[in-house]
Design a protein around this ligand. Structure first.
Ligand SMILES: Nc1ncnc2c1ncn2[C@@H]1O[C@H](COP(=O)(O)OP(=O)(O)OP(=O)(O)O)[C@@H](O)[C@H]1O
Length: 326
């Protein structure tokens, strides 16, 4: 793919997507409650939150499948209410449900999608070939989709979503149900799309390790944004970096650490010394201790810690009460 194509995919300096005061209701249930989030082109945003937090409802509006009850939603500057078709042309969608035609080959699936999107024959042919090449599918282009593994089928869906040169790719739990190798493959593809083509990616996930790939993380709880920032910002806001000591006599370790001027805490994993710079405190901690069976390690907050702290701080239950659909 050449540079002009990459530019086309990444769009202009306008935000790739921009939600402002978004509200989505289903009857009396407010699924999305005043969410404002945006991304410049060429970045990856992860959407996290417990079941029922409002992730799919938010993605549904962004995908133009559902209308917002209030607020504005723009895709590369196109308002989804006023210009849904223009917004739709800049979007590639990969939803949880598998939507490929199983009986057709990989190539025919791509070709028909291109034609459905209104591409002329020559363009559809060229784009299909390009996507087969880009995703390493050329050698198996005649293979029926029903013979593909889950990971490969997902790859075809991502290729199909990019046929019409969208700048924004939206994926709702893209690796749900895939094995670890297939999940890693999807991530290799998505990172390459960002790095080589400047595609903007917005995805929801329940996998904390997958949140680590994002440039920006948004955590939703009960329809509201409760945390937002880069992974470094979210982790450093937690203030739970620590040196952890395990030994055969924790009481003695606590006494010795207190004598050396630390403020140790007995925690489930051992005796912890909380500090912003555990690597630099490590040697002092070791020097302060004379206890049997000593091990000392450095811990920094994980994405899981960030997520659990956000849940605890918002006081939200981990799963919202589900309501019956009409
Ligand atoms: N079609 C619908 N009719 C009524 N209520 C709905 C509908 N779709 C979603 N809801 C409700 O809206 C809220 C948000 O649901 P949503 O599916 O957006 O959450 P989610 O974060 O995507 O959850 P999950 O992780 O389980 O996919 C929930 O309370 C859900 O029960």
């Amino acid at each position: 793919m050449d540079v002009s194509e990459a530019r086309q995919l990444s769009g202009s300096a306008t935000s790739a997507f921009e939600l402002s005061g978004l509200i989505v209701r289903y009857g009396k249930v407010t699924a999305v409650d005043g969410v404002s989030v945006s991304s410049p082109p060429g970045r990856i945003t992860a959407l996290l939150g417990p079941n029922g937090a409002g992730k799919s409802s938010m993605l549904g509006v962004l995908s133009t499948a559902a209308r917002p009850d209030a607020g504005t939603v723009r895709i590369f500057g196109h308002d989804v209410r006023k210009s849904p078709m223009a917004a739709r042309r800049r979007l590639g969608l990969v939803f949880q449900e598998r939507t490929l035609d199983k009986e057709l080959s990989i190539e025919r699936n791509l070709w028909f999608h291109a034609r459905l999107f209104g591409m002329k024959r020559d363009d559809a042919r060229a784009r299909t070939r390009l996507m087969l090449d880009l995703f390493g599918l050329t050698d198996r282009h005649r293979q029926p989709v029903e013979e593909l593994s889950g990971g490969l089928a997902r790859r075809v869906e991502i290729a199909r979503a990019l046929l019409h040169r969208p700048g924004l790719l939206i994926l709702d739990e893209p690796t749900n149900g895939l094995d670890p190798t297939a999940r890693a493959g999807v991530w290799t593809d998505l990172l390459r799309l960002r790095d080589e083509l400047g595609v903007t990616v917005l995805y929801s996930t329940h996998y904390m390790d997958e949140a680590e790939f994002a440039d920006e993380i948004v955590i939703l709880q009960q329809g509201r944004v409760v945390r937002q920032g880069s992974i470094e910002q979210l982790k450093s806001s937690l203030d739970s970096s620590r040196v952890v000591v395990t030994c055969a006599d924790e009481d003695a370790a606590v006494r010795q650490l207190l004598a050396a001027g630390f403020e140790p805490l007995i925690e489930p994993g051992g005796v912890a010394v909380h500090c912003p710079d555990p690597e630099t405190q490590l040697a002092r901690v070791v020097r302060a201790l004379d206890v049997p069976g000593l091990t000392v390690s450095v811990h920094h907050p994980s994405m899981n810690d960030v997520y659990l702290a956000a849940a605890a701080a918002s006081g939200a239950p981990q799963e919202r009460e589900s309501v019956s659909t009409p």
